[in-house]
Design a protein around this ligand. Sequence first.
Ligand code: HAM
Length: 420
Amino acid sequence: MSFQAPKGTFDWLPPRSERALAVRETLVAPARRAGYGYVETPTFEDTALFVRGVGESTDVVSKEMYTFTDKGGRSITLRPEGTAPVVRAVLQHGLHNGQLPVKLWYSGSQFRYERAQKGRYRHFWQVGAEALGAEDPALDAELILLAADGYAGLGLTGVRLLLNTLGCKECRPGYRAALQEFLRALDLDEPTRARIEINPLRVLDDKRPEVQAQLAGAPLVVDHLCEACKAYHEEVRSLLTASGVAFSDDPRLVRGLDYYTRTTFEFVHDGLGSQSAVGGGGRYDGLSEMIGGPALPSVGWALGVDRTVLAMEAEGLFEEGSAGERVQVYGVPLGEEARRRMFLLVTELRRAGLGADMSFGGKGVKGAMKGADRSGARYALILGERDLAAQAVQLKDLTTAEQTEVPLAEVADILKGKFS
Ligand code: HAM
C-alpha cells in the first residue's frame, strides 16, 4: 500500500516550493519595512478561542474546524485563521499595555475542512499582518497599501481591490434589523431562515442562484451608516486614492468571519476561477472583548500564499529556471579516494559561502556529469586519480565546456573570485 497526502492537501516540492518561499518574503516585505514585527503562535489553540472570536454562525466554525480532544481532555482546534490567535497572544503577554498600535506579522499553515478544489485546500498557507490598539483610518489605509505593495512587488498586475464598510456597534443594529425584515419576507429554506435570526449578513453571501435572485433589492450597509462611520470610511477611501491605490467600492462584500467592523476589503485575481480571493481583511474593533480582553480596536489582513502562487502562474511570472537557490559548483569525484577528497573540498567551498553539491552514490563519470548539468551549477570540479597525485582538480565551465587545471589548495579562492 502506498500513502497519498490527505484530501485537500498537497506537498510543496522544488522548484515550486522555493518560489513559494520567495513569494512569502516579497508579500510581507512592505509590512516589515513599516515596523511590523514577527509573531509565531501555536498551530493549535483552545477551541473556544475560535468559537468566540470567529463566530459560531460562520461556516469556518460551524462546519470547517479540525477539532479534537487531547489526551488531557481539552478541546483543541487546529487554527483555521490567524487573527484570533494573534489577539490572544497580545492579550496574554500584555503587549497592548505598551506602545500602540502593536504591529505584528505572521506566516503559517491554516486548516479548514472545506470542499477541496483548485485554490481551495484543507491545509493552506497564509501570511498576515495585524495592527492592534488604534482606531485611525490611516492605519486601515496603511495595511491595505502594504498588501497592495506586496502584490505589486511580485509583478502581479491582475489583482483588484474590493472595499466595503460594515458599520460599527452604533449603526450595525439598525442595519441588521432592516436586513432581517427584508430577508424574512423571502422564500427561503429552514436553515437559511434560522441564519436570518443569528447572522443575517451571512445570508447575503449565499452563493445559490435562487437565493441571490431574491437579494437584488436587499438593504445595503452604506445606506445605514452613522456619521462617524461615514466619515471614517471617506477618510480611508481618500487616503487610498491619494496614495494611488485603485479600488472598487463593493457594498455587497461580505467576509466569512464574524469579527469585522467598519473597513473590510478583499484582493481578487481574475485568473483563478471561483476561488478568486488572494487576500482579505478588515477592522475588528470588538474581537478583543469577544475573547475576554479590553477594548482594542484593530485592523489587519491575511494573504493566501497558495493562491498568490497560482495567480503568478496564471500570469506567467515564473521564468523557467527561476528555481530560487541553486548550487554554483558541483563535484564529480572519480574513484574512492577522490570521493573522500571531494567531500572535504565541497565542505570547504560551502564554508567559504559558495553553493556546492557533489555526486553521491558511487556514480560513474557519465552519471555524475549528468548530475552536474541538472544541478544548475555553473562549474563542475572533476577529480580523478591523476589529479589527486598532482594535488590538482579539473575546473570545467559548464556553459562554455572550457576546462582548466587548478591546484586543489587554490580552488576555493579561485571560485570565490569568479562569483564575487
Ligand atoms: P480569509 O478571507 O478567511 O481571512 O482568508 C484570507 C485569505 O486566505 C483568502 O483571501 C485566501 O487567499 C486564503 N484562503 C482562505 N481559505 C483558503 C483555502 N481553503 N485554501 C486556500 N487559501 C485560502 C482571514 O483568514 C482573516 N484572518 C484575515 C484577517 C486578518 N482579517 C483581519 N486580520
